[in-house]
Design a protein around this ligand. Structure first.
Ligand code: R5P
Length: 281
């Protein structure tokens, strides 16, 4: 078995390969003079693992080319972060279900797909082969344990992520609650002041995606107003669009962390363990 990667998932691919005890195959990435993408997998095997977060349009196209290069092989496609997954419905007439379009296009030729904390697991039904969503919650919990927090209160910014927050908190017996967020637009959210007993507590807000950071920033300011001792943010996928990371740091958070599904300096815990375990199984 060989592991290949897109340019933006090199670290996670290397960590996954190391945990699987298998080799990485070099992939050459370049462009033709007219700007079209060129990829070449230097060493194909009968079993291939493609590790590729579709963080942008170029990467999504690279994945399609890699899948085609692996034609005829047994291919496991790992999409640690799947871009476009939030457009999982036709919200308005004339819109595509982008998550479905991407799932179909990328999984052509795959034997199985793994995602990590995908925004809505219903997207898994759109892949052309069996697809399983993995939960990085144990790694987040382990990371929180390394932080200077005492009996932390784990919170999700909305009820939708509450199940995820519970999966972070439960193994450690930590308290867990949720705030009530309403999304007004792609970049605006409002949060109803739900009373949480946050006074004097070390709070950690967890979510699947930190996109613009708006949800986390608002949740953090509410908790601070309620007298929280400290507020931290831990998201699975650190997108940080429109200066999202800066927004959080300026908001007074004690720590902002995310996994390596999107590789950042703030990637303080890794999804490689759960990915390697799933592939091994
Ligand atoms: C959406 O419901 C997700 O779970 C996240 O809460 C959302 O993507 C966060 O977006 P932002 O960081 O822009 O508030």
């Amino acid at each position: 078995m060989k592991v290949i990667y897109t340019e933006k998932s090199q670290l996670l691919a290397a960590r996954t390969a190391q945990k699987l005890g298998c080799k990485l195959s070099n992939v050459k990435y370049t462009t033709f003079p007219d700007g079209e993408l060129y990829v070449r997998v230097e060493d194909l095997d009968d079993e291939m693992v493609v590790v590729a977060s579709t963080v942008d349009t170029t990467t999504a196209l690279q994945v399609m080319l890699l899948m085609d290069a692996c034609e005829g092989k047994d291919v496991t496609l790992v999409l640690p972060y799947m871009g476009y997954a939030r457009q999982d419905k036709r919200f308005n007439e004339g819109e595509p279900i982008s998550a479905r379009a991407l799932a179909r296009a990328l999984s052509e030729g795959a034997s199985r797909v793994f995602t990590v904390n995908i925004h809505d697991p219903s997207v898994l039904n759109h892949f052309r082969c069996p697809a399983v969503n993995l939960n990085v919650a144990p790694e987040i919990g382990a990371y929180i344990q390394t932080q200077p927090v005492e009996n932390p209160l784990i919170l999700s910014p909305d009820i939708g992520a509450w199940g995820f927050a519970k999966s972070v908190a439960a193994p450690f017996g930590w308290d867990c609650d949720h705030l009530d967020k309403t999304r007004l637009s792609g970049s605006e959210v409002k949060m109803a002041p739900k009373h949480l007993d946050a006074a004097g507590r070390d709070c950690v807000i967890v979510d699947d995606i930190i996109a613009t950071g708006g949800s986390m920033a608002l949740a953090a300011s509410m908790l601070m107003e309620q007298g929280a001792k400290s507020v931290r943010a831990a998201g699975v996928h650190g997108v940080f669009a429109s200066g999202g990371y800066i927004k959080l740091m300026q908001g007074g958070l004690a720590d902002v962390a995310n996994s390596d599904t999107i590789e950042r300096a703030s990637s303080k815990f890794s999804a490689s363990g759960i990915i390697a375990d799933a592939i091994r199984k």
